[in-house]
Design a protein around this ligand. Structure first.
Ligand code: PHB
Length: 403
Protein backbone atom coordinates (compact mmCIF):
# COMPACT_ATOMS: atom_id res chain seq x y z
CA UNK A 1 0.00 0.00 0.00
CA UNK A 2 1.70 3.18 -1.06
CA UNK A 3 0.87 6.82 -0.62
CA UNK A 4 0.11 7.59 -4.26
CA UNK A 5 -2.80 5.14 -4.31
CA UNK A 6 -4.86 7.49 -2.15
CA UNK A 7 -6.35 10.88 -2.58
CA UNK A 8 -5.30 13.24 0.22
CA UNK A 9 -8.56 12.88 2.12
CA UNK A 10 -8.62 9.10 1.78
CA UNK A 11 -5.06 8.87 2.96
CA UNK A 12 -5.80 10.95 6.02
CA UNK A 13 -8.80 8.80 6.88
CA UNK A 14 -6.83 5.57 6.66
CA UNK A 15 -3.82 7.02 8.44
CA UNK A 16 -5.96 8.30 11.29
CA UNK A 17 -7.50 4.81 11.58
CA UNK A 18 -4.03 3.56 12.52
CA UNK A 19 -1.40 1.32 11.04
CA UNK A 20 -0.04 3.65 8.39
CA UNK A 21 1.48 6.45 10.33
CA UNK A 22 4.78 4.88 11.32
CA UNK A 23 5.70 3.98 7.79
CA UNK A 24 4.33 7.15 6.27
CA UNK A 25 5.89 9.49 8.85
CA UNK A 26 8.89 10.48 6.78
CA UNK A 27 7.15 10.92 3.48
CA UNK A 28 4.18 12.77 4.98
CA UNK A 29 4.81 15.99 6.87
CA UNK A 30 3.34 16.04 10.41
CA UNK A 31 1.70 19.42 10.09
CA UNK A 32 -0.52 18.07 7.33
CA UNK A 33 -2.30 15.85 9.89
CA UNK A 34 -2.57 18.66 12.38
CA UNK A 35 -4.21 20.97 9.93
CA UNK A 36 -6.87 18.43 9.01
CA UNK A 37 -9.21 18.44 11.97
CA UNK A 38 -10.54 21.23 14.14
CA UNK A 39 -9.45 21.56 17.76
CA UNK A 40 -12.47 20.81 19.92
CA UNK A 41 -12.72 23.21 22.84
CA UNK A 42 -15.26 22.45 25.57
CA UNK A 43 -16.44 25.39 27.66
CA UNK A 44 -18.05 24.39 30.94
CA UNK A 45 -18.99 27.66 32.62
CA UNK A 46 -21.90 29.25 34.50
CA UNK A 47 -24.22 31.07 32.09
CA UNK A 48 -27.09 31.33 34.58
CA UNK A 49 -27.21 32.14 38.31
CA UNK A 50 -25.13 34.42 40.51
CA UNK A 51 -21.88 33.62 38.64
CA UNK A 52 -23.32 34.02 35.11
CA UNK A 53 -21.49 37.31 34.34
CA UNK A 54 -18.23 35.61 35.32
CA UNK A 55 -18.78 32.80 32.84
CA UNK A 56 -19.57 35.27 30.07
CA UNK A 57 -16.45 37.35 30.78
CA UNK A 58 -14.25 34.23 30.75
CA UNK A 59 -15.64 33.13 27.40
CA UNK A 60 -15.23 36.65 25.98
CA UNK A 61 -11.62 36.81 27.13
CA UNK A 62 -10.86 33.42 25.60
CA UNK A 63 -12.45 34.43 22.30
CA UNK A 64 -10.43 37.64 22.22
CA UNK A 65 -7.16 35.71 22.61
CA UNK A 66 -8.31 33.35 19.86
CA UNK A 67 -9.18 36.25 17.58
CA UNK A 68 -5.72 37.72 18.19
CA UNK A 69 -4.13 34.44 17.11
CA UNK A 70 -5.98 34.62 13.79
CA UNK A 71 -8.96 32.53 14.91
CA UNK A 72 -6.76 29.42 15.08
CA UNK A 73 -4.83 27.43 17.68
CA UNK A 74 -1.59 25.83 16.53
CA UNK A 75 -2.68 26.52 12.95
CA UNK A 76 -5.98 24.67 13.35
CA UNK A 77 -9.56 25.91 13.28
CA UNK A 78 -11.48 25.74 16.55
CA UNK A 79 -14.87 24.20 17.25
CA UNK A 80 -16.65 25.10 20.49
CA UNK A 81 -18.87 22.88 22.64
CA UNK A 82 -20.65 24.66 25.49
CA UNK A 83 -22.34 23.60 28.71
CA UNK A 84 -24.01 25.85 31.29
CA UNK A 85 -22.91 24.35 34.62
CA UNK A 86 -25.27 26.65 36.61
CA UNK A 87 -22.68 26.63 39.45
CA UNK A 88 -24.48 23.46 40.51
CA UNK A 89 -22.18 20.76 41.91
CA UNK A 90 -24.92 18.08 41.76
CA UNK A 91 -25.08 18.37 37.95
CA UNK A 92 -21.33 18.71 37.39
CA UNK A 93 -20.40 15.09 36.67
CA UNK A 94 -23.09 14.73 33.99
CA UNK A 95 -22.15 18.09 32.51
CA UNK A 96 -18.45 17.38 32.20
CA UNK A 97 -19.14 13.91 30.83
CA UNK A 98 -21.20 15.50 28.08
CA UNK A 99 -18.09 17.30 26.89
CA UNK A 100 -15.52 14.60 27.53
CA UNK A 101 -17.38 11.40 26.63
CA UNK A 102 -20.09 12.52 24.22
CA UNK A 103 -18.41 15.42 22.38
CA UNK A 104 -14.88 14.09 22.83
CA UNK A 105 -13.36 17.52 23.22
CA UNK A 106 -9.57 17.98 23.11
CA UNK A 107 -9.57 20.43 26.00
CA UNK A 108 -12.09 21.29 28.71
CA UNK A 109 -12.08 24.85 29.98
CA UNK A 110 -13.88 25.29 33.28
CA UNK A 111 -15.05 26.43 35.63
CA UNK A 112 -15.89 29.22 38.10
CA UNK A 113 -17.35 27.45 41.16
CA UNK A 114 -14.95 25.38 43.25
CA UNK A 115 -17.52 22.69 44.11
CA UNK A 116 -18.33 22.18 40.42
CA UNK A 117 -14.63 22.17 39.62
CA UNK A 118 -13.99 19.41 42.18
CA UNK A 119 -16.45 17.14 40.34
CA UNK A 120 -14.88 18.07 36.98
CA UNK A 121 -11.45 17.13 38.25
CA UNK A 122 -12.61 13.65 39.22
CA UNK A 123 -13.50 13.08 35.55
CA UNK A 124 -10.56 14.88 33.94
CA UNK A 125 -8.02 13.10 36.17
CA UNK A 126 -9.59 9.77 35.31
CA UNK A 127 -9.74 10.35 31.55
CA UNK A 128 -6.55 12.42 31.22
CA UNK A 129 -8.25 15.03 29.01
CA UNK A 130 -6.51 18.42 29.11
CA UNK A 131 -8.32 20.57 31.71
CA UNK A 132 -7.67 24.30 32.02
CA UNK A 133 -9.23 26.10 34.99
CA UNK A 134 -9.92 29.78 34.23
CA UNK A 135 -11.30 30.69 37.64
CA UNK A 136 -12.16 28.19 40.38
CA UNK A 137 -9.65 28.68 43.18
CA UNK A 138 -10.20 25.24 44.75
CA UNK A 139 -7.11 24.39 46.78
CA UNK A 140 -7.13 20.70 45.82
CA UNK A 141 -6.90 21.48 42.08
CA UNK A 142 -3.24 22.37 42.49
CA UNK A 143 -2.84 20.58 45.83
CA UNK A 144 -3.87 17.03 46.71
CA UNK A 145 -5.62 16.47 43.34
CA UNK A 146 -2.99 18.11 41.12
CA UNK A 147 -2.21 16.29 37.88
CA UNK A 148 -0.16 16.93 34.73
CA UNK A 149 -3.30 17.48 32.61
CA UNK A 150 -4.82 20.01 35.08
CA UNK A 151 -3.62 23.58 34.60
CA UNK A 152 -4.99 26.61 36.42
CA UNK A 153 -4.61 30.03 34.80
CA UNK A 154 -6.31 32.03 37.54
CA UNK A 155 -5.45 31.82 41.26
CA UNK A 156 -5.95 29.66 44.31
CA UNK A 157 -8.54 31.00 46.74
CA UNK A 158 -5.81 31.25 49.34
CA UNK A 159 -3.71 33.76 47.33
CA UNK A 160 -5.90 36.93 47.34
CA UNK A 161 -7.04 36.13 50.90
CA UNK A 162 -3.44 35.94 52.04
CA UNK A 163 -2.56 39.15 50.17
CA UNK A 164 -5.35 41.05 51.95
CA UNK A 165 -4.37 39.50 55.27
CA UNK A 166 -0.76 40.64 54.91
CA UNK A 167 -1.89 44.17 54.00
CA UNK A 168 -4.14 44.44 57.08
CA UNK A 169 -1.57 42.84 59.38
CA UNK A 170 0.60 45.93 58.83
CA UNK A 171 -2.04 48.36 60.08
CA UNK A 172 -1.67 49.18 63.75
CA UNK A 173 -5.30 50.28 64.15
CA UNK A 174 -6.79 46.99 62.87
CA UNK A 175 -6.68 44.56 65.78
CA UNK A 176 -9.92 42.70 65.45
CA UNK A 177 -11.57 41.52 62.20
CA UNK A 178 -14.87 39.75 61.53
CA UNK A 179 -15.11 37.47 58.48
CA UNK A 180 -18.21 36.66 56.46
CA UNK A 181 -18.37 34.30 53.48
CA UNK A 182 -20.36 31.78 51.52
CA UNK A 183 -19.87 28.41 53.20
CA UNK A 184 -18.25 26.28 50.54
CA UNK A 185 -14.68 25.53 49.50
CA UNK A 186 -14.00 28.98 48.02
CA UNK A 187 -15.24 30.93 51.05
CA UNK A 188 -13.47 28.64 53.50
CA UNK A 189 -10.16 28.75 51.63
CA UNK A 190 -10.36 32.50 51.14
CA UNK A 191 -10.89 33.03 54.88
CA UNK A 192 -8.02 30.63 55.63
CA UNK A 193 -5.72 32.64 53.36
CA UNK A 194 -6.81 35.85 55.07
CA UNK A 195 -6.15 34.43 58.53
CA UNK A 196 -2.75 33.01 57.49
CA UNK A 197 -1.71 36.53 56.47
CA UNK A 198 -3.52 38.71 59.01
CA UNK A 199 -2.83 36.70 62.16
CA UNK A 200 0.93 37.04 61.58
CA UNK A 201 0.55 40.66 62.65
CA UNK A 202 -0.83 39.69 66.07
CA UNK A 203 -4.46 40.68 65.35
CA UNK A 204 -7.54 38.67 66.33
CA UNK A 205 -10.59 37.29 64.54
CA UNK A 206 -13.73 38.68 66.22
CA UNK A 207 -15.97 36.02 64.67
CA UNK A 208 -16.28 33.89 61.52
CA UNK A 209 -19.76 34.26 59.99
CA UNK A 210 -21.07 31.95 57.27
CA UNK A 211 -24.01 31.74 54.89
CA UNK A 212 -24.81 28.93 52.43
CA UNK A 213 -24.03 29.49 48.69
CA UNK A 214 -25.72 31.22 46.84
CA UNK A 215 -27.92 32.67 49.63
CA UNK A 216 -28.04 36.49 49.81
CA UNK A 217 -30.19 37.04 52.91
CA UNK A 218 -27.47 38.94 54.77
CA UNK A 219 -29.59 40.91 57.24
CA UNK A 220 -29.14 38.82 60.40
CA UNK A 221 -25.40 38.55 59.85
CA UNK A 222 -25.05 42.28 59.25
CA UNK A 223 -26.84 42.93 62.53
CA UNK A 224 -24.34 40.64 64.22
CA UNK A 225 -21.40 42.50 62.65
CA UNK A 226 -22.87 45.78 63.89
CA UNK A 227 -22.99 44.47 67.44
CA UNK A 228 -19.50 42.91 67.28
CA UNK A 229 -18.05 46.26 66.18
CA UNK A 230 -14.82 44.85 64.68
CA UNK A 231 -12.09 47.14 63.29
CA UNK A 232 -12.82 45.74 59.81
CA UNK A 233 -14.90 43.08 58.00
CA UNK A 234 -13.33 40.62 55.53
CA UNK A 235 -15.93 39.27 53.06
CA UNK A 236 -15.82 36.64 50.30
CA UNK A 237 -18.68 36.95 47.79
CA UNK A 238 -18.60 37.31 44.01
CA UNK A 239 -20.82 38.15 41.04
CA UNK A 240 -24.49 38.96 41.76
CA UNK A 241 -24.12 37.94 45.42
CA UNK A 242 -21.25 40.39 45.95
CA UNK A 243 -23.30 43.22 44.44
CA UNK A 244 -26.16 42.48 46.83
CA UNK A 245 -23.79 42.26 49.82
CA UNK A 246 -22.13 45.61 49.06
CA UNK A 247 -25.50 47.30 48.76
CA UNK A 248 -26.80 45.75 51.98
CA UNK A 249 -23.60 46.64 53.89
CA UNK A 250 -23.95 50.27 52.82
CA UNK A 251 -27.72 50.32 53.43
CA UNK A 252 -27.12 49.16 57.00
CA UNK A 253 -24.72 52.11 57.39
CA UNK A 254 -21.81 49.79 58.18
CA UNK A 255 -19.63 51.25 55.42
CA UNK A 256 -19.39 54.45 57.50
CA UNK A 257 -18.14 52.76 60.65
CA UNK A 258 -16.52 49.39 59.86
CA UNK A 259 -14.18 49.29 56.83
CA UNK A 260 -14.93 46.46 54.44
CA UNK A 261 -12.11 44.46 52.82
CA UNK A 262 -11.88 41.22 50.85
CA UNK A 263 -10.38 39.32 47.97
CA UNK A 264 -10.85 41.35 44.75
CA UNK A 265 -13.84 39.22 43.69
CA UNK A 266 -15.90 41.27 46.14
CA UNK A 267 -15.68 44.31 43.87
CA UNK A 268 -14.64 43.06 40.41
CA UNK A 269 -17.06 43.30 37.50
CA UNK A 270 -19.91 44.84 39.51
CA UNK A 271 -19.01 48.42 40.35
CA UNK A 272 -21.38 49.92 37.79
CA UNK A 273 -24.22 47.84 39.24
CA UNK A 274 -23.74 48.91 42.87
CA UNK A 275 -23.77 52.67 42.41
CA UNK A 276 -21.75 54.28 45.17
CA UNK A 277 -22.13 51.44 47.69
CA UNK A 278 -18.59 50.12 47.29
CA UNK A 279 -16.65 53.40 47.57
CA UNK A 280 -13.45 52.96 49.57
CA UNK A 281 -13.63 49.15 49.80
CA UNK A 282 -10.11 47.69 49.74
CA UNK A 283 -9.30 44.34 48.23
CA UNK A 284 -6.33 42.26 47.10
CA UNK A 285 -6.16 40.59 43.70
CA UNK A 286 -3.86 39.76 40.78
CA UNK A 287 -5.53 42.45 38.66
CA UNK A 288 -6.63 46.09 38.96
CA UNK A 289 -8.44 48.48 36.62
CA UNK A 290 -5.57 50.91 36.10
CA UNK A 291 -2.36 48.90 35.87
CA UNK A 292 0.40 50.71 34.06
CA UNK A 293 1.38 47.89 31.68
CA UNK A 294 1.12 48.70 27.98
CA UNK A 295 -0.12 45.13 27.53
CA UNK A 296 -3.07 45.86 29.82
CA UNK A 297 -4.02 49.07 28.09
CA UNK A 298 -4.07 47.30 24.72
CA UNK A 299 -6.11 44.44 26.16
CA UNK A 300 -8.68 46.78 27.72
CA UNK A 301 -9.13 48.73 24.51
CA UNK A 302 -9.51 45.57 22.42
CA UNK A 303 -12.00 44.07 24.91
CA UNK A 304 -14.20 47.17 25.00
CA UNK A 305 -14.14 47.31 21.21
CA UNK A 306 -15.07 43.66 20.82
CA UNK A 307 -17.75 43.31 23.51
CA UNK A 308 -18.85 46.88 24.46
CA UNK A 309 -18.14 45.94 28.06
CA UNK A 310 -15.40 46.85 30.53
CA UNK A 311 -13.06 43.91 31.20
CA UNK A 312 -12.53 42.52 34.70
CA UNK A 313 -10.40 39.85 36.33
CA UNK A 314 -12.58 37.09 34.83
CA UNK A 315 -12.07 38.43 31.30
CA UNK A 316 -8.32 38.42 31.95
CA UNK A 317 -8.50 34.82 33.15
CA UNK A 318 -10.26 33.71 29.96
CA UNK A 319 -7.81 35.70 27.87
CA UNK A 320 -4.78 34.19 29.62
CA UNK A 321 -6.23 30.70 29.17
CA UNK A 322 -6.37 31.42 25.44
CA UNK A 323 -2.83 32.84 25.40
CA UNK A 324 -1.39 29.83 27.20
CA UNK A 325 -3.25 27.28 25.09
CA UNK A 326 -2.27 29.08 21.88
CA UNK A 327 1.40 29.14 22.93
CA UNK A 328 1.34 25.44 23.83
CA UNK A 329 -0.38 24.36 20.63
CA UNK A 330 1.97 26.47 18.54
CA UNK A 331 4.92 24.65 20.10
CA UNK A 332 3.47 21.25 19.05
CA UNK A 333 2.25 22.42 15.61
CA UNK A 334 -1.37 21.92 16.62
CA UNK A 335 -0.82 18.24 17.50
CA UNK A 336 -3.20 18.30 20.46
CA UNK A 337 -2.87 14.53 20.92
CA UNK A 338 0.79 14.99 21.86
CA UNK A 339 -0.34 15.79 25.36
CA UNK A 340 2.95 15.31 27.15
CA UNK A 341 4.78 17.68 24.81
CA UNK A 342 1.89 20.15 24.86
CA UNK A 343 1.85 20.29 28.67
CA UNK A 344 5.65 20.54 28.82
CA UNK A 345 5.47 23.48 26.39
CA UNK A 346 2.83 25.26 28.49
CA UNK A 347 4.93 24.74 31.64
CA UNK A 348 7.72 26.73 30.01
CA UNK A 349 5.60 29.70 28.89
CA UNK A 350 5.82 33.09 30.59
CA UNK A 351 2.35 34.48 29.97
CA UNK A 352 2.52 38.11 28.91
CA UNK A 353 -0.77 38.93 30.59
CA UNK A 354 -2.71 42.15 31.19
CA UNK A 355 -2.20 41.37 34.91
CA UNK A 356 1.61 41.34 34.48
CA UNK A 357 3.87 38.48 33.43
CA UNK A 358 3.31 35.19 35.21
CA UNK A 359 4.34 31.52 35.07
CA UNK A 360 2.95 28.26 36.32
CA UNK A 361 4.27 26.73 39.52
CA UNK A 362 5.28 23.06 39.53
CA UNK A 363 1.75 22.30 40.78
CA UNK A 364 0.30 24.26 37.79
CA UNK A 365 -0.95 27.34 39.66
CA UNK A 366 0.08 30.88 38.63
CA UNK A 367 2.86 32.49 40.66
CA UNK A 368 1.82 36.14 40.65
CA UNK A 369 1.83 39.50 42.37
CA UNK A 370 -1.12 40.33 44.62
CA UNK A 371 -2.10 43.97 44.22
CA UNK A 372 -3.83 46.06 46.85
CA UNK A 373 -6.74 48.00 45.33
CA UNK A 374 -9.29 50.55 46.49
CA UNK A 375 -12.67 51.32 44.93
CA UNK A 376 -12.74 54.87 43.56
CA UNK A 377 -15.70 55.68 41.32
CA UNK A 378 -16.21 52.61 39.14
CA UNK A 379 -12.60 51.46 39.28
CA UNK A 380 -10.59 49.12 41.44
CA UNK A 381 -7.61 51.48 41.69
CA UNK A 382 -4.12 50.09 42.14
CA UNK A 383 -2.63 51.06 45.51
CA UNK A 384 0.54 48.97 45.49
CA UNK A 385 1.80 45.39 45.67
CA UNK A 386 0.58 43.54 48.77
CA UNK A 387 2.74 40.45 48.11
CA UNK A 388 5.19 39.99 45.27
CA UNK A 389 5.41 36.74 43.22
CA UNK A 390 3.08 34.83 45.53
CA UNK A 391 2.91 31.05 45.17
CA UNK A 392 0.14 28.91 46.64
CA UNK A 393 -0.71 27.98 50.23
CA UNK A 394 2.35 26.01 51.43
CA UNK A 395 0.11 23.38 53.02
CA UNK A 396 -1.68 22.76 49.67
CA UNK A 397 1.59 22.74 47.72
CA UNK A 398 2.93 20.14 50.12
CA UNK A 399 0.12 17.81 49.06
CA UNK A 400 0.82 17.98 45.31
CA UNK A 401 3.02 15.14 44.21
CA UNK A 402 4.08 16.66 40.88
CA UNK A 403 7.35 18.37 40.10
C1 PHB B 1 -14.64 29.69 43.49
O1 PHB B 1 -15.66 29.02 43.68
O2 PHB B 1 -13.50 29.18 43.60
C2 PHB B 1 -14.74 31.12 43.14
C3 PHB B 1 -15.90 31.62 42.57
C4 PHB B 1 -16.00 32.96 42.22
C5 PHB B 1 -14.91 33.78 42.42
C6 PHB B 1 -13.74 33.31 42.98
C7 PHB B 1 -13.65 31.97 43.35
O3 PHB B 1 -14.98 35.07 42.05
Amino acid sequence: MTFHKFGRREFLKKAAGGGMLAGAGLAFPRFAMAQGAKIKVGLMLPYTGTYAPLGVAIENGFRLALQESGGKLGGREVEFFKVDDESEPAKATDNVNRLVTRDKVDVVIGTVHSGVCAAMIRVTRETGVLHMIPNAGLSQATGSLCAPNIIRTSFSNWQPGYGMGIALSQRKNVKNVATIAWRYAAGEESVKGFKDGYLRGGGKIAKELWIPFPNVEFQALLTEIASLRPDATYAFFAGGGAAKFLKDYAQAGLNKTIPLVGPGFLTDGILEAVGGAAQGVETALHYADDLSFKRDKEFRLAYVKAFKLQPDVYAVAGYDTGLLLAAGLKAVNGEVAQKKELIAAMEKVTVDSPRGKWRLSKAHNPIQDMYLRKVVGIDNKYEGVAVKALDDDPSAMGQCRMG
